[in-house]
Design a binder for this molecule. Sequence first.
Ligand SMILES: NC(=O)c1ccc[n+]([C@@H]2O[C@H](COP(=O)([O-])OP(=O)(O)OC[C@H]3O[C@@H](n4cnc5c(N)ncnc54)[C@H](O)[C@@H]3O)[C@@H](O)[C@H]2O)c1
Length: 375
Amino acid sequence: MVFLEITFRIRVQLQLYTDLAQAVPLLQPVHPRTIRVRSHNNRFDSENPKHNTIVPYRPFPNIIGFKQSSPPTNSPKMSSTTTAQPTPTQPPIPAVHPTYPDLRSRVALITGIGQVGSPTSTTWGNGAATARLLAHNGVKIFGCDLHLSAAQRTQSRLQAEFPELDIEVMAADVTQTSDVEAFVQAAVAKHGRIDILINNVGMTAPGSPASMREETWNSQIDLNLTSVYRLCHAVLPVMETQASGGSIVNNASITALRYIGKPQIAYAAAKAAVLQFTRATGAMYAHKQIRCNAVVPGLMYTPLVENLANSEKSEDREVAGRIMRHNVPMGWMGTGEDVANAVVWLGSGASRYVTSQTLVVDGGITESTGTGFGM
Ligand SMILES: NC(=O)c1ccc[n+]([C@@H]2O[C@H](COP(=O)([O-])OP(=O)(O)OC[C@H]3O[C@@H](n4cnc5c(N)ncnc54)[C@H](O)[C@@H]3O)[C@@H](O)[C@H]2O)c1
């Protein structure tokens, strides 16, 4: 049977969106304002949307020569119990991978260049996605990770995609001053300069002020906050010798701004402190043309969430489900590419007059009361 295609312009009406979402188990990427619908009688059945089939609509072509990343095939599936709130799903718009000509041959240090989760995952963590966008821009990358194998996996993924890439990775624990010093010295020995520092490492541990043990508190502060100080302590003197200064980008989290319903008191406090560390450092070093900014990711579909979603443990899947069903006004989860776009822009000269700022990448969640969307 031949189906004719009819296109409907549908204003964003979340109830309808939700109904449509229920009509297919996995909502494919669709533009939020335009959905092409095929139905058996060639008409959109607005009374009963379940009779329609949604056809993916891609409004933008892949505009640069960067392999288009397709949405992960095993990423968030629509919950069969979707109720009034939209369920965050796949990005409706393909990621764009910008090019900043000034970045070519710059030297970038990035911590936590690997990623957690399955070594065969096609999803990108925030740090790995950032390294990928740096590679696309011809940046020389020097990365470290607690787990050398995780760093090497990112390295080989990038080398496969960018054969000309200058990338070196090493094992280093950002909670160890000697490791951080060795990492920075190795980068300077190889390249003689550091243009961009990306403090990407960060991990959370559950607990409220009453339940969290002091040693957990201390290790969380050490990993999420003191590590940023350690890297800056080692890298700033290098940047100070450079006429062009440098750019530091710290990866924070929306937990620094809001309580997101999950007790992680030390992580939240450490990330909030990272934001003030960023503001003060940016102001202190502005006259030396060294900028310091922070990116504040919201709920991102990274390998961490993917791991939980695919776990054999029902409690892990429940946590993943809760993250995916969170009240994100845009109705979908961001990815490592969204974080990468913010980080690399802040690393480039395109943001040369921006310092001491926090750039929130969260689909609007921190500005919403979560009590309903749409107009
Ligand atoms: N994933 C999210 O949804 C999300 C949301 C908000 C903020 N963030 C922040 O983004 C950053 C990256 O998160 P992700 O989920 O993409 O990362 P990830 O957990 O996938 O990867 C981080 C990497 O850091 C490495 N690492 C951990 N401890 C280390 C240490 N002591 N020394 C060196 N390397 C170490 C890990 O081995 C891993 O390869 C973190 O700062 C995190 O707090 C993530």
